[in-house]
Design a protein around this ligand. Structure first.
Ligand code: TRP
Length: 335
């Protein structure tokens, strides 16, 4: 690789659990596509993280492939980045085991996400749930990366990965590059269509609250028609008008215009017409992505090939780091 100025090695991953929404696209996938230009990116489908909460096996497998196909359909280019499935690279589990011995139960039990998920899954507070941040640290540290682009909710996990890296380096000598969290300005935060002060979530129980990648045009338009707005009638971005503002944001993202331009376009028009226009814009933008995803999913051999070559590239990089780790900590590796 030529030493281009500013070229960085980056790592990010997303769980394959849940059906992805347009909020995921705006928050994460769009950034993955952008960052693969000019950087060396590793992007994983973090299925090992997913099993920390109960999963239906057939569904987990299906969603893993659907996620891979969707990322590619959205523009993640397996020629430009390393796209792979976490469980296909055994070093993730192996390094996790080593890092476990440098991580304290106390610090893991204080992690925000662990506390949240323990509450939400009170009947299944398993070791994996508590170990989740260590697996994530292993993900990142295996690839000696400069930065980890994530949403704000994952910042604490990247910080613990840094702490663990520094701790290891202090104890055994320089081994891991200490990564920086790159907290992505998503530019736009997409809110629930039903409770516009809440983030759009793939796990929202109200299916009308979220636009899923898999939704067809009629569904999308119906959901936008039902979107909660205020009782006023002007289409203007403001804090008191959370619903209308959210629709303006969505429109501007999918239309590739500014919110001001969107406001101008709809000045003097009614909510009904506005909602229909947003729905149509989103549906028309998603249609080619859906078609491409479908095409990719129909060609299982192609997808398997792409993921196998991604896993192979990741494996080579990961093996190098793990072998160094094993040497440092005194694991016998033969002659
Ligand atoms: N925990 C992340 C999430 O749920 C996904 C993830 C797993 C990840 N491993 C990672 C993100 C490594 C960044 C780096 O969003």
């Amino acid at each position: 690789m030529e030493a281009e100025r500013g070229r960085k090695t980056l790592y990010s991953a997303a769980q394959p659990s849940g059906n992805l929404t347009i909020g995921n696209y705006v928050g994460a996938i769009r950034n993955w596509v952008r960052l693969q230009e000019g950087n060396d990116c590793f992007y994983a489908i973090a299925n090992m993280h997913s099993i920390t909460v109960r999963q239906e096996p057939a569904e987990l497998r299906r969603r893993t492939l659907e996620a891979a196909a969707l990322y590619i359909a959205c523009g993640v280019d397996p020629e430009k980045c390393t796209l792979y499935v976490q469980s296909q690279v055994p070093q993730h589990a192996e390094l996790t085991w080593v890092l476990n011995s440098l991580t304290y139960v106390g610090e893991m039990s204080r992690m925000t996400q662990f506390k949240d998920k323990s509450q939400k899954h009170a009947d299944n507070i398993n070791m994996g749930l508590m170990d989740y941040p260590v697996l994530m640290a292993a993900d990142i540290l295996l690839y000696q990366v400069d930065g980890v682009p994530v949403g704000l909710d994952q910042k604490q996990h990247v910080e613990i990965a840094r702490d663990i890296a520094i701790r290891f380096n202090n104890r055994y000598g320089e081994t891991f590059r200490v990564p920086e969290p790159l907290i992505l300005k998503t530019g736009a935060k997409i809110m629930s269509l039903q409770e516009p002060t809440k983030k759009m979530s793939k796990s929202d129980e109200n299916l009308n609250a979220s636009i899923f990648f898999a939704d067809d045009k009629d569904t999308i338009i119906r959901k936008f028609k039902r979107a909660v707005t205020d009782s006023g009638n002007d289409i203007r971005y403001s804090e008191e008008k959370a619903g209308v503002s959210n629709l303006l944001t969505i429109y501007s993202v999918f239309r590739d215009c500014t919110v001001e331009e969107a406001e101008k376009e709809f000045a003097g028009k009614g909510y009904g017409e506005f909602k229909l226009a947003v729905g149509e814009t989103v549906a028309d933008k998603l249609a080619p992505v859906q078609a491409e995803q479908k095409k990719l999913l129909a060609d299982k051999a192609y997808l398997a090939g792409v993921l196998a070559s991604g896993a192979e590239r990741a494996f080579k990089a990961a093996r190098k780091t793990l072998s160094k780790v094993y040497r440092k900590i005194g694991f016998y590796q033969g002659e």
